[in-house]
Design a protein around this ligand. Sequence first.
Ligand code: KIV
Ligand code: NA
Length: 275
Amino acid sequence: MKTTKDFWVMKNEGKKIVMITAYDYPSAKQAEQAGADIILVGDSLGNVVLGYDSTVYVTMEDMVHHGKAAKRGAPNTFIVADMPFMSCHLSIRDTLLNGARLIQETGAQAVKVEGADEMIPHIKALVRAGIPVVSHLGLTPQTAAVLGGFKVQGKDGEAARKMLEDVKECQEAGAFALVLECIPKQLAQEISTTLTIPTIGIGAGVHTDGQVLVYHDILTYGVNRAPKFVKAYANADQLMLKGLQDYADEVRSMNFPDDEHSFTMKEEELKTLYG
Ligand code: KIV
Ligand code: NA
């Protein structure tokens, strides 16, 4: 199991950090087998697993339920669990209780918090209480409605300068890593060289200290439309649909189950059965 310190060492040695999302036992098991440095139990589970059109519907209960399953699938990988919508925005006490719950009930190693500004005291409180925090800036899906949709962030100079200030505040507040979502690659590079903590990009170009993609997007599994920054490395939908259709066909044609998949009784036992 890696630690927060290992990720700093990786940054300093120029070794890229591989983060993959996972939400249950099989996906986490695969991510661990694939050698992910970090597994993110993202609130993107709302979209890719639960079928919502936004992450704001994801609850603490959802995160705990899926986090536990992911942990069982990847017991030896550093797991980060997302703090869901409104779970770290009320009192510091609420933030600490929710952060502690995620860590204690799921066995995750760290939590992720979207935003800077008013989130800074919450990040500080979590870290002081002993909960490692990953910050998340750029396109922050929980506040996409306020940002005006899912758009590239920090494209103009002023917004870019504000983001540079924000990321520094997150680092000073004690975040041990930073996810940068949907920002120009030049800005991501500038942030990555300015900060001492590692940056992990999604739609942020090649110069961040690591990359993260959503499991279902990497594998083309049940997703409707993937954003521009997604590269699909497999087509699980095609493979899985073919398997299900072949099964249905063989049931209807009575080619399944054949003798290889059936149990038989001995002849003499059959005599007893028929009397
Ligand atoms: O929920 C998630 O999957 C995320 C990543 C996109 C960084 O927050
Ligand atoms: Na998320």
